[in-house]
Design a protein around this ligand. Structure first.
Ligand SMILES: Nc1ncnc2c1ncn2[C@@H]1O[C@H](COP(=O)(O)OP(=O)(O)OP(=O)(O)O)[C@@H](O)[C@H]1O
Length: 305
């Protein structure tokens, strides 16, 4: 495998007027010998819809944990609305759906909403909230008897109970069917259009593309790239050349080489030049195909660079 580092563009700054609602400054968080966050910096401004992308173990959930005050950084600091996230004043305007949620099994869905609502001074109307998330028919059901997708919908709805200004959604649609995902996307979009700020993680790239204005790529506990969907795409601007060859010579401009099902797949930023160099090398090959990468491939290219 040949890896070539990719330049990371500066993020287009958000409007100056927008308040920074969440901030991580030089945050390092270790679990024993594992460094989950490694001097990470991030600012989220009011009204942004930010998608955190990164491979398994990149540090996305840990970042949400430190930003929401559930974990303390070993080094660096976090702020929510300019305050320490570990204080009630800092957490007052946020809603969170963690990656894994333990719902009290014997409580009914509406009782869970009531329980969470009791923590806020002016919570959402329970029935309206349940309706918005398509949970009305499940309101009387004990949560222990709900399906995985139904529990997930309830867990996401709970993030909105306190009328938050900022929500953190850690893989909100994992386990949801297409229709349930669509309903949830609509709600996230509506919240954002009303001025709400959203930070979400997702392994569904179409989800991040469909929802987020800004993508922050996290890998190895650091911010690898930060920009609009278009900027992230432009940043990698990678093409996939696939061919059959017994031995690929070492050529310039190659970001990554993979062997899949007897074909050699090459990621490169200049497919034309790669093909010219390949022909010039005299190496025998057949079945040449060139196509643009998906965002997922682009993202993998960034991660492995
Ligand atoms: N409670 C914990 N104890 C020990 N190690 C942990 C703990 N939580 C996270 N880690 C480790 O920290 C690193 C970052 O994990 P984290 O869950 O933040 O990543 P992630 O990007 O959210 O991953 P995924 O996409 O798989 O959810 C991983 O190496 C993980 O194994």
């Amino acid at each position: 495998m040949v890896n070539q580092p990719l330049a990371v563009p500066a993020r287009t700054p958000a409007p100056q007027a927008a308040e920074v609602v969440a901030r991580a400054v030089g945050v390092t968080r270790c679990y024993g010998g594992t460094t989950a966050l490694d001097g990470l910096d991030l600012e989220v401004r009011a009204g942004e819809l930010v998608g955190l992308l990164g491979p398994n173990g990149a540090g996305k959930s840990t970042l949400i944990h430190v930003l929401t005050g559930l974990r303390r950084p070993n080094r660096g600091r976090c702020e929510l609305f300019g305050r320490d996230p570990r204080t009630p004043a800092g957490r007052r305007y946020i809603g969170v759906t963690p990656q894994e949620t333990g719902l009290p099994e014997t409580l009914r869905a509406r009782e869970v909403v009531d329980f969470v609502a009791a923590h806020y001074p002016a919570p959402e109307d329970r029935d309206a909230l349940l309706d918005r998330f398509g949970l009305t028919d499940l309101a009387h059901r004990q949560t222990g008897g709900l399906s995985g997708g139904q529990k997930r919908r309830l867990a996401v709805a709970l993030a909105f109970v306190g009328r938050p200004r900022l929500v953190f959604l850690d893989e909100p649609t994992t386990g949801l069917d297409v229709e349930a995902r669509r309903v949830l996307w609509d709600h996230i979009r509506a919240f954002h259009q009303e001025g709400g700020t959203v930070v979400l993680t997702s392994h569904y790239l179409d989800e991040v593309e469909a929802l987020a204005e800004r993508i922050v790529v996290v890998s190895g506990g650091r911010v690898l790239a930060d920009g609009s969907v278009t900027a992230i795409r432009g940043m990698v601007d990678v093409q996939r050349v696939s061919l059959v060859t017994a031995s690929l010579p070492s050529l310039p401009g190659v970001i990554k080489v993979e062997e899949i099902d007897g074909r050699t797949h090459v990621l490169t930023r200049d497919a034309d030049q790669f093909v010219r160099d390949l022909v010039g090398s005299g190496a025998p090959f057949s079945g040449l195909e060139i196509r643009p990468t998906t965002l997922e491939e682009a993202f993998m290219a960034i991660s492995s660079a």
